[in-house]
Design a protein around this ligand. Sequence first.
Ligand code: HEC
Length: 241
Amino acid sequence: MKPDQSSRSATLRSTYDSNTRQRTKKGTQALLVCATLAAFPLATVQAADTQAPTSPEKTSSSTNTNATAPTTTPDVALLGEARNIATLVPARLLAMLTEEIEKGGPAGAVEVCSQKAPQMAKQASEKMGWNIRRVSLKNRNPNATPDEWERLALEDFDAQAKAGVAPATLERAEIVQVGNQTYYRYMKALPTGAVCMNCHGPSDQLSPAVKAKLQTLYPNDKATGYQLGEIRGAITLKKSI
Ligand code: HEC
């Protein structure tokens, strides 16, 4: 596990950092909503980047990977960018979800989310220059199945949460080499808040209308039965570097 700058192994290094120094606003950042990725101005992220990491923790091992990564962008900037996206997007989504629930109740919101999510994800990814999506070990959207790297991270998040680490602080950043392609990967856990229970809570707590919608739209839905505060999944970002 020791960082080795000359290493070209499949996984260059883990910069997993459960003790991030993010200024967490629990209420907002823990909440990722149903739809996927709202587009938002790139400027927001760039501006935020400039405040990114001046501390030793943040620059940590990932900074030094420049030695092996074929990129002019310092990893520390990528980490800041990824963290910003993973924090801002959920806030945008929460706003949209709340609005939809107010307009059409949770069942109406399910419908809107299921339609908008894929197109919004695509738009945001194109705009941000990252591949951005959400995944879960018990996914609703068939496309939200985690790949191997994501599955291991999700399992680790669950284990850490079980051991008492606050779910909203769980993240993983890593430079991964696949063949001769190098990727920067980032993932952040998404715990359930109260609003999530409308559509992801235990079956007997879902309204009949929500259940019916879910059955129609997601016949293979695995994403119910969650308790408050449990990790629902993660937002996952990937960029070729
Ligand atoms: C109105 C119903 C509704 C609410 C409320 C809701 N979701 Fe979802 N959720 C969905 C639907 C529909 C999907 C599948 C569409 C998609 O991929 O976005 C989904 C998908 C997801 C996914 C992607 C992985 C998967 O299982 O497909 C995550 C992660 C997620 N929700 C987390 C949350 C969290 C966290 C909250 C609370 C902040 C929340 N959701 C609230 C309906 C909802």
